[in-house]
Design a protein around this ligand. Structure first.
Ligand SMILES: [Zn+2]
Length: 407
């Protein structure tokens, strides 16, 4: 958790990047420390120190580590889930024999994150590379997944960094290769954080509350008894619960003494994907009402077929939530070919703007200054040029960039 100042100082870009936001420990109890300790903002320097002692031969490689921990960044302005001074994350740190292996690992982990966001969280993401201005302090390349929130703001949702041998040279991490030659290792690091909880809230939620994608919902189906004191209602609800649980559904019965209307609203607010309403009439008719949280749609389903219908419905909801989020992103993605059009779009149409860029830092700075927008990434897919000149300065364009205002 604590990094001696001398260790943090070893890689120049890294310390410059993080210095403005680290918290320092200066005292142990009442005694001043001989050397300040920074509260870990990220663990590259600790892993590098460890590798420098641990790695000696090609037989020691690769080193593949992951840790779950909390880190501290002294943010001036905080925002729940998105930007807190202490946050929980996972951080992976690897060391490889070759540059190719490090590049492969960086890409592999970006794809793991993208798949997790899209398939589990139902959040579509754009994979791409950060510009030099936006990349991680000390990295050779930073890959990112960028998501669009419901309000049209971008959220950097996960990153994967290729360090090349920069840290290895700063920390002296060398190994002897098969030809008995000393070589520097090539490193990567990658992470996602609890900020993804914020993304789930902001991509899917509505005015009634959360909407949780079924695959991550702690409770996927809430059974709400109507007139639960009537004979047989709770018994039937419990029977349905057992059948659904046996079919692999995470299910509960709300047996509290709140009114059914209250329970409906509460279940909506908590984002539970499906509710089943069961009362004496339903039991008599063998049919009950099933309500989807994602669309609000009410379905009549025979009680006997619930354990078959609900799992299929959950899959359908998962898919629909992804498609809805994707349609929202597509409807809020624009293109601009002149600076006037670019400014107008960023100021008046919240979302992503696809526009060409010359590759110069000056243009990024100008966009930030004029519009408080940033280059989110240079996308890996759909990156064919839409123009031959930079949207900002008019000089020859080098990259298509996704621009936007970000959290
Ligand atoms: Zn330019």
């Amino acid at each position: 958790m604590f990094i001696p100042e001398s260790l943090l100082q070893k890689e120049k870009d890294h310390v410059e990047g993080f210095a403005p936001e680290v918290a320092w420990v200066t005292h142990g109890g009442l005694s001043p420390l001989a050397e300040r300790l920074c509260v870990r903002p990220t663990s590259e320097t600790l892993f590098c120190d460890f590798y420098s002692k641990e790695v000696t031969s090609y037989r020691d490689l690769p080193k593949l580590y992951n840790q779950w921990c909390s880190v501290v960044r002294w943010e001036k302005e905080t925002r729940p889930f998105l930007r807190s001074r202490e946050f929980l994350w996972q951080e992976g740190h690897t060391a490889h024999a070759t540059a190719e292996e490090a590049k492969e690992r960086t890409e592999l982990m970006l794809n793991v994150y993208a798949r997790f966001c899209e398939e589990e969280l139902a959040i579509p993401v754009i994979k791409g590379k950060k510009t030099e201005k936006e990349r991680f302090a000390g990295a050779e390349a930073t890959y990112t997944i960028e998501a669009l929130m419901h309000d049209g703001k971008a959220l950097q949702s996960g990153t994967s960094h290729n360090f090349g041998d920069g840290f290895a040279k700063a920390f002296g991490i060398q190994y002897t290769d098969k030809n008995n030659q000393l070589q520097y290792v090539h490193q990567t690091s990658w992470g996602i954080t609890t900020r993804l909880i914020g993304a789930i809230i902001m991509v899917h939620g509505d005015n009634s509350g959360l909407k949780l994608p079924p695959r991550i919902a702690p409770v996927q189906c809430m059974i709400i008894p109507i007139r639960q004191k009537a004979e047989g209602v709770l018994e039937k609800a419990s029977e349905i619960k057992d059948a659904l649980a046996a079919a692999g559904v995470r299910v509960k019965v709300d047996e509290t003494d709140k009114s059914p209307g209250w329970k409906f609203s509460e279940q909506e607010m908590r984002g539970i994907p499906v509710r089943v309403e069961i009362g004496p009439k339903d039991i008599e008719n063998g049919i009950c009402v099933v309500v989807r949280r994602d669309t609000g749609e009410k379905l009549e389903v025979s009680i006997d077929s619930l354990s078959e219908k609900i799992p299929a419905l959950l899959e359908q909801i998962q898919k629909n939530m992804f498609e809805t989020a994707l349609a929202h992103r597509e409807a809020h993605t624009y293109e601009a070919r002149s600076y006037e059009e670019f400014c107008d779009t960023i100021q008046n149409k919240p979302g992503f703007v696809r526009a060409m860029w010359c590759g110069e830092r000056d243009c990024e700075d100008k966009v930030k200054e004029d519009l408080s927008a940033t280059a989110r990434c240079m996308p890996f897919d759909n990156n064919e040029p839409i123009d031959d000149k930079c949207v900002c300065c008019g000089k020859p364009a080098k990259h298509l960039v996704i621009w936007g205002k970000a959290y």
